[in-house]
Ligand binder design. Structure first.
Ligand code: NOJ
Ligand code: CA
Length: 560
């Protein structure tokens, strides 16, 4: 596992909520002891890197994105020793672990903030205080469901404090060198322990500047470069993954010249996958891919379909947003902030073919895929829960009590599990899907396996093709002689497509799941038919000298 500084480029990631994964001590909350018991499952699924939602001590008013002690574990999750044991157990299985690092803000319960509130205190300057709430008016409010301003009055401090998120999450003041030092100390503490890196939460907002929208400022990039330098100088094989929900030209700078973050989430492409599917037209995806600047060699996109937040609709036009709400959030309670708080399966009306189609794009477009816990079995959501809790309900392991998640009384669970007839734990659970070879879980595992056999998916170039039929999306991934052709039908009806494959005349497209040979590419346009919401991954290979001597024919003849 060691000495592979670009491991993240071919890795499959799995995002999980410790509190929702497995309860090891029957108190109704998932914890590290429980999670450790479930590592075999993640290894079986083919996961290379686990991303843990926040694990540092917190009053949990924003599920850990409100840190109150950077050097301790959330008590409900266990002790530092439990965490360390989990980390070692993951490493023994060849899996890496990254965790959220919330740099922009802390909880208002953090001793730093409590001290800062005291007029004249040594930490006064650790947060952003002001006599007026009229500064930085060009900065948008992000949590529009709960907040009306980025300033809140503090009667103790007799001043307003700045916060880009909840008012209980005051922003740290990065102008202060002590704050920068403190955060670097936090980074060293966890990396020294063996953590493999961080998802950098909310990085665009570290600095503020009057007259700007206070996002992506040069000072923010300078600090991130400093962080990267610190990491590179002391450690090997670590990962910094930026959460910057921005338009492509504003995200790409988070890679720097290969001297800032190793990875960044590709936010703009995510809603466009859903849009393309509903419109049955590849244009939204192809267009945003074409508008995305090239990234440095060592850099990598993080691709995702769903995560622990709402399906954000900030990086789309007003018209596109209206369309998405109309198509995917028919009920108002499905909306959260500027987005839709739903899981993958319910968004797609539990359509198995649609789930497979979007998953096939997730695992073949340029970037490293990040799966969200529970989506591999098609878990549902609970739109009646507040905030984004509806997509954070307990993992459904079995049809037994509490879905096999916990031995606590159901009333003690941190959130109720799903009980409805379609997505409830008796209908959707890991145990049942492990038993049935045709389940979504087995299918997805196979998809992961096939992807992992070919580095081209992680590090190959991407080039779109433009078949006349826009219901069909087709692109090439290429790494030297290794060429993969992906063809996806975004329509619910069967479609024909004609592809210009003239650069690969003489090669044979071999379907990658069944290793089935398709007709050899000749000088004529390549015609293909594709079923409703179907997709193909083809490996373009040299045909065997004897045209009948392919894996399939050998298998048919029994000579394989
Ligand atoms: C982004 C995280 O994904 C979200 O869950 C959180 O509420 C905000 N950052 C604030 O930390
Ligand atoms: Ca527990």
């Amino acid at each position: 596992m060691l000495n592979d500084p670009r491991w993240y480029k071919t890795a499959v990631f799995y995002e999980l909520y410790v509190r929702g994964f497995q309860d090891g001590n029957a108190d109704g909350n998932g914890d590290f002891r429980g999670l450790t018991e479930r590592l075999d499952y993640l290894q079986w699924l083919g996961i290379d890197c686990i991303w843990l939602l926040p694990i540092f001590q917190s009053p949990l008013r924003d599920d850990g994105y409100d840190v109150s002690d950077h050097f301790a574990i959330i008590p409900e999750y266990g002790t530092l020793a439990d965490f360390y044991e989990f980390l070692e157990a993951a490493h023994r299985r060849g899996m890496r672990v990254i965790a959220d690092l919330v740099m922009n803000h802390t909880s208002d319960q953090h001793p730093w903030f409590q001290e800062s509130r005291q007029p004249g205190s040594a930490k006064r300057d650790w947060y952003v205080w002001s006599d007026t709430d009229q500064t930085y008016q060009d900065a948008r409010v992000i949590f529009v469901d709960t907040e009306t301003s980025n300033w809140t009055w503090d009667p103790v401090a007799q001043a307003f404090y700045w916060h880009r998120f909840f008012s209980h999450q005051p922003d740290l003041n990065y102008e202060n060198p002590e704050v920068q030092e403190a955060m670097l100390e936090v980074v060293r503490f966890w990396l020294d322990m063996g953590l493999d890196g961080f998802r950098l939460d909310a990085v665009p907002y570290l600095f503020e500047q009057e007259g700007t929208n206070c996002e992506n400022l040069p000072e923010t990039h300078a600090f991130l470069k400093r962080l990267r330098k610190e990491v590179d100088s002391k450690y090997e094989d670590k990962l910094l993954l930026a959460e910057a929900n921005q338009w492509p030209p504003d995200v790409v700078p988070y890679f720097g010249d290969g001297d800032e973050c190793h990875m960044a989430f590709n936010f703009p492409v995510m809603p466009r996958m859903f849009m393309a599917l509903r419109r049955e037209d590849r244009t939204p995806i192809v267009e945003i891919m074409n508008r995305t600047p090239k990234i440095p060699d060592a850099a990598q996109w993080g691709l995702f379909l769903r995560n622990h937040d709402e399906l954000t609709l900030e990086m789309v036009t007003d018209e596109e947003r209206d369309y998405m709400y109309a198509e995917y959030a028919k009920e108002p309670r499905m909306r959260r902030n500027i987005g839709i708080a739903r899981r993958l399966a319910p968004l797609l009306d539990n359509g198995r073919r649609q789930i497979e189609l979007l998953s096939s794009l997730l695992l073949s477009l340029p970037g490293s895929p990040v799966l969200y816990y529970g989506d591999e079995i098609g878990m549902g959501d609970n739109i009646y829960l507040g905030d984004r809790n509806g997509v954070r309900t307990p993992m459904q392991w079995t049809g037994d009590r509490n879905a096999g998640f916990s031995k606590a009384d159901p009333a003690a669970l941190y959130l109720p599990f799903l009980m409805d007839p379609v997505y409830g734990y008796q209908a959707v659970n890991v145990e049942a899907q492990e038993r049935v070879a045709t389940s979504l879980l087995h299918w997805l595992r196979r998809l992961v396996q096939v992807r992992k056999q070919h580095a081209v998916f992680g590090i190959g170039d991407y080039e779109p093709l433009y078949p006349e039929n826009r219901r069909v999306m087709a692109f090439i991934r290429q790494l030297g002689d290794d060429v993969v052709l992906v063809v996806a039908n975004l329509s619910r009806f069967a479609q024909p497509a004609t592809l210009d494959l003239s650069r690969w005349i003489g090669l044979l497209p071999e379907e990658m799941f069944g290793r089935t040979p398709f007709p050899i590419i000749d000088g004529t346009p390549y015609r293909i038919a594709i079923g409703p919401h179907g997709f193909y991954w083809f490996h373009l290979v040299e045909p065997p000298a004897d045209p009948d001597d392919t894996a399939t024919f050998r298998a048919i003849r029994g000579t394989a």
